[in-house]
Design a protein around this ligand. Structure first.
Ligand code: PMP
Length: 393
């Protein structure tokens, strides 16, 4: 039985506010913060460099974190690369693949800018980008991707869960379609990892990018990139830690993952992430998913019943509930929720302007749910929105 009240004990800030902005970043459990404190106070050193005990202990803990993340996602630890966020992970793929003029990429209109701009920029190198539109609920029809593919298509880049709609894409089918057409697939899992059952290994995608600071409950400044065939990707950054032989005429790169992690990484962050992932795994993603989506669906249904509220996204949604109060600016609604009830929601374009334009609005209010939210918080949130609607009645 999932006990949200005991989970909440691990997130002290939740005693102060109603936090409904987990799609932007999640709170971090005390267990992960305490693992980071241990690093600073008991054994801080640099990773992979030096023979002394602190450097060795640091390296062991950092690599244990990699094992945790790899086993959680069911991927090979040597193909599990730590980055600073999802954005860096995706940019490393855009930079690291070799592109030729005429190459073709298929992506969608409902990507976060982080999974959109890196591909748009490749147009400067003669790469063609086709952008598939969603249906009105933010669902991508995989058949449209299949129809858009040509013999030049090298990559299909899609989100798993939209941060604007909360829609869940059929990524398993998209991977099959892309592979059948001879293209690689990048999945932007920023909104899925940790929030739902996920087996990246079985999914068989070529690249999986995600954040450490969202569903995985790690600290900000952490991200993950899975690369199925690391030898096909050139490292974006080179320097310390990435090479095993350097002369004045050349250098030999280390194997993955070291070749992709240039310089001193975010060691405390990764160690905190490793512990946070363990925490998620102990609770179980099936229960987390059930908990978060039950709250989100209840909130969405009750908001949709209000005359002055428009709710976006499909009924069968992840823990993301975007809406507008007709006649009010999204930022004003978010501000009132905070000022009157300490309810923290996001408002604006959510770094996905093409999606917002598609909805034909200036922005949305977004309530997003985490494993620590309660039904009482949903009730308070729904009642508060209802009171706000009376301002425009
Ligand atoms: N993709 C999606 C779907 C997202 O929701 C986000 C964060 N809102 C990102 C990418 C960017 O993530 P990060 O901040 O970790 O770079």
């Amino acid at each position: 039985m999932y006990d949200v009240y005991s989970v909440r004990e691990d997130f002290p800030v939740l005693k102060e506010v109603v936090y409904l902005d987990s799609a932007a970043t999640t709170q971090t459990p005390v267990q992960a913060v305490s693992a980071m404190e241990d690093y600073f106070f008991k054994y801080a050193g640099n990773h992979g460099r030096g023979a002394h005990r602190l450097a060795r202990q640091t390296t062991d803990h950092y690599e244990d974190a990699r094992e945790n993340v790899a086993s959680f996602l069911n991927i090979d630890h040597q193909k599990t690369i730590f980055t600073k966020n999802t954005t860096e992970s995706i940019n490393m793929v855009a930079h690291g693949l070799e592109w030729n003029s005429g190459d073709h990429i298929v992506t969608t209109l409902i990507e976060h800018h982080s999974n959109f701009l890196p591909w748009m920029r490749l147009r400067e190198q003669g790469v063609e980008v086709t952008i598939i539109g969603p249906n009105e609920y933010g669902m991508i029809d995989p058949n449209y991707i299949e129809n858009a593919m040509t013999d030049k298509t090298r990559l299909v880049a899609v989100n798993h869960v939209s941060n604007v709609f909360g829609s869940i894409q059929d990524v398993a089918r998209i991977v099959k379609i892309a592979h059948k057409g001879g293209a690689q697939v990048l999945i932007d899992g920023a909104q899925s990892a940790g929030h739902m059952f996920l087996d990246v290994g079985a999914l068989d995608c070529d690249f999986f990018a995600t954040a450490g600071h969202k569903g995985l409950l790690g600290p900000q400044g952490t991200g993950v990139l899975y690369v199925k065939e690391p030898d096909m990707l050139a490292p974006t950054f080179v320097g310390g830690g990435t090479v095993h032989a350097v002369t004045t005429t050349g250098f030999e790169l280390e194997p993955s993952p070291a070749r992709f992690e240039a310089g001193t990484p975010n060691i405390p962050g990764v160690i905190g992430l490793g512990r946070a992932v363990e925490y998620v795994q102990e609770l179980g993603t099936a229960d987390i998913e059930r908990h978060e989506t039950t709250l989100a669906k209840d909130a969405a249904r009750r908001l949709a019943e209000m005359d002055a509220v428009e709710v976006y996204g499909p009924q069968d949604r992840a823990g993301v509930v975007p809406f507008n109060v007709v006649g009010l600016n999204a930022h004003d609604v978010a501000m009132i929720l905070d000022e009157t009830k300490k309810i923290c929601v996001r408002s604006g374009h959510h770094c996905a302007m093409p999606s917002i334009r598609f909805l034909n609005v200036e922005g949305t209010v977004r309530a997003s749910f985490g494993l620590y939210n309660t039904q009482e918080e949903v009730d308070l949130f729904v009642d508060s929105v209802s009171q706000i609607t009376s301002l425009v009645a």
